[in-house]
Design a protein around this ligand. Structure first.
Ligand code: DGY
Length: 324
């Protein structure tokens, strides 16, 4: 079995070894596992797919028709909930099931989304910088943020993560509206949400959280035209995928004050280059793709990844969670 990173949680390697598998592991040599530079070259991956029973991959590994062109793998398991890096059609055509890790990371991602909303609203990062600068005495008592309580939260993409964000928002007395490709009346009823059309979502939200999966349909769904619909007091939070936002349009929106600020955990290019325009802006919070990054959640993701492989190779059944 081929694993594309040496820095997955230890539990993943241990579980697979205990199940009797021989592991071939690509050494990501000092690169964090979601840095594109951590991924094995495409020909290495293609060769592994042609020799091994299973590929364990993650974000940053492009598994497409070329990589699978000579494949003998019986299963591909990605250590992630997102699978936009895998060509599902190419895998399905070859009868290869693709396992992924939904559900186990829902609460961790929702926690971060709410954390970022509060961090933006109460200017926590600016406050920290101010205290360290020694200049805080000038505004001590007058450094104001804005409320979260009672405001309108928009959720773009109401999957499990979107619903978990909505549940939390209700505890903050927020008026929660959403747009999703498919309307979900049972969640509307259960959580007291209101469905609005996409442009209305941009118009009405005080905080707009992106929890939508990246696909051809959602690529740059947050574009210049829609950003211009937002209130100049509103905030955007992205815990989904960088490419659901047109980054150039967002930079413009932040510079020209179409919105008040943004918090981004994901980027069109990861890691974001330190020369990037976003890095120069003070009204944006930038975190390094940490939404699922808790010890507990990452271990659960490791467990599910291992079970996805074990189910196919040892139990002759489907992955616990199958994407295709
Ligand atoms: C994923 O797993 O796809 C998310 O980006 C974070 O865990």
């Amino acid at each position: 079995m081929y694993l594309t990173r040496s820095t997955f949680p230890k539990l993943l390697y241990d579980t697979l070894r205990n199940a009797g598998f021989d592991l071939e592991v690509w050494d990501n040599k000092g690169h964090g596992m979601w840095d594109r530079a951590a991924a094995p070259p495409r020909d290495v991956l293609r060769d592994a797919a042609s020799r091994c029973d299973a590929l364990v991959v993650t974000i940053g590994d492009r598994v497409d028709d070329y990589v699978l062109s000579n494949a003998k793998v019986k299963v591909i398991a990605t250590y992630s909930v997102g699978y936009d890096h895998i060509d599902l059609d190419a895998a399905t055509r070859r009868g290869i099931p693709v396992g992924y890790t939904p559900e186990v990371l829902v609460e961790a991602v929702a926690d971060l989304a709410i954390g970022l909303i509060i961090t933006l609203a109460r200017r926590v990062i600016e406050g920290d910088r101010l205290v360290r600068s020694g200049e805080a005495y000038k505004v001590w008592g007058e450094f104001l943020g804005t409320e979260v309580w009672g405001k309108t939260l928009g959720i773009l993409g109401l999957g499990n993560i979107g619903a978990a964000v909505a549940r939390r928002a209700k505890a903050f007395n927020m008026n929660v509206i959403y747009w999703s490709r498919t309307r979900k009346p049972w969640i509307e009823v259960a959580l007291g949400l209101r469905y609005v059309d996409l442009n209305e979502l941009f118009r009405q939200s005080d905080y707009l959280v992106l929890t939508v999966a990246l696909s051809k349909e959602t690529y740059h769904i947050v574009n210049e035209e829609r950003l211009r619909l937002m209130k100049n007091t509103s905030y955007l939070v992205n815990v989904a995928r960088g490419a659901v936002v047109d980054t150039n349009a967002l930079v413009k929106a932040l510079k020209e004050g179409w919105i008040a600020g943004a918090a981004l955990d994901v980027y069109e290019e990861e890691p974001i280059p330190n020369t990037h325009e976003l890095i120069k802006l003070n009204n944006v919070i930038l975190t390094p793709h940490i939404a699922s990054a808790t010890v507990e959640t990452r271990n659960k993701m490791a467990e599910v990844t291992a079970l996805n492989v074990i189910n196919v190779l040892l139990k002759n059944t489907k992955p616990v969670y199958q994407a295709n």
